[in-house]
Design a protein around this ligand. Sequence first.
Ligand SMILES: NC(=O)c1ccc[n+]([C@@H]2O[C@H](COP(=O)([O-])OP(=O)(O)OC[C@H]3O[C@@H](n4cnc5c(N)ncnc54)[C@H](O)[C@@H]3O)[C@@H](O)[C@H]2O)c1
Ligand SMILES: O=C(O)C(=O)C[C@@H](O)[C@H](O)[C@H](O)COP(=O)(O)O
Ligand SMILES: [Zn+2]
Length: 363
Amino acid sequence: MAERALEIRSESHTYPIYIAAGLRHQTADILKGLGKSTFSAVLIVTDETVGPLYAEEVAASFADEQPLYICTLAAGEQSKSMETYYELMTFALNCHLDRNSVIVALGGGVVGDAAGFAAATYMRGIDYVQMPTTLLAHDSSVGGKTGINHPLGKNLIGAFHPPAAVIYDTETLYTLPEKEWRSGLAEVIKHGWIQDPELLKVIKDQWLDLSAVPVDVLNDTIRQSIQVKAEIVQLDEREAGIRAFLNFGHTLGHAIEAEAGYGTLTHGEAVAIGMDFAMKLSGKVLGSSLDSEAYNEEMIRLGYDLTIPASCEPETLLAHMKRDKKAAEQKVRFVLLQEAGVPLVRPVEDDTILDLLKEEMTI
Ligand SMILES: NC(=O)c1ccc[n+]([C@@H]2O[C@H](COP(=O)([O-])OP(=O)(O)OC[C@H]3O[C@@H](n4cnc5c(N)ncnc54)[C@H](O)[C@@H]3O)[C@@H](O)[C@H]2O)c1
Ligand SMILES: O=C(O)C(=O)C[C@@H](O)[C@H](O)[C@H](O)COP(=O)(O)O
Ligand SMILES: [Zn+2]
């Protein structure tokens, strides 16, 4: 039986996280070990890139004990939509899933968020298991945030619904294109800046070739990065306070994703730009002396482009930020850094944000 790498104590239950190469072949055994009676049906939700690579192998781990179905979504951010959500619910109903069924989310953060939200709302909530296949999904698969986008903003429709387990087969990551490694690494870098600067050193010293990181380095980095998220979500699952630190880089990042058009930039690319902006804002608002030059240098080494897309207007970005879930009384609230590893949340004046946006976009 696979070893539990970590355990998350959520308000409703404690769930295991398994991290190892090859776990997809043990999916059914791991599910049996969760201590539930057999699931009445299994619905694997995946996307059209991941499905052909891994869905049959996951399905093969189940020995015809219960009906098993595979629902394949279009690949990419566009699938976090109302239309796809509705199709997913119709698919589940046509398969006669009941309250003892389980959804297996096999894919990146898009599949995890969309399938998780379907699980959160199908018959008012059924079990689901996260099987992340991207580096980015080391973040999205943990903590129970599920949801879909609205044209007016990212993840504005959703629910907190922690998974029954996270099964992370890190072997599957080696079919990712380099762009997606980079996207995922942005969330590792985020965890480094908000809580564990040692992670930044690990990336600098050990992540020399983005898509050819040895599997032991990969597993250790993922575990260390999830540890940051785990500590925070266990203290504040529903984001009454410190969970907002995990939103570092997301206030502008989400605004860019929505404004540039979902899928134009990857989530991580947008968050990388957002972290750069939040660091500069930290200097202006808090007088923090963060070494943003060094941040820029390292991000350029890793191949990030930190320019805000020219198609985005500062005023429209600001309007998006005012709809962000952290905003209160029409005031944008930013996650800023006092120093590396010391985040805080502050309301910031519209003019301060607009001035810096214009400066950055040289308007
Ligand atoms: N719920 C949360 O806490 C949380 C946290 C972070 C991000 N997110 C969300 O996650 C989403 C981004 O997730 P993502 O970056 O994984 O995007 P994604 O799911 O779209 O995956 C990126 C691309 O990689 C492909 N892919 C996935 N696995 C692959 C594999 N093993 N081999 C080859 N190709 C593969 C996918 O088909 C897709 O085209 C965003 O919507 C973001 O808002 C949620
Ligand atoms: O888990 C969290 O909390 C995070 O903020 C993690 C983020 O990386 C993630 O992108 C999350 O979906 C953003 O949350 P949102 O509440 O701003 O939609
Ligand atoms: Zn994120």
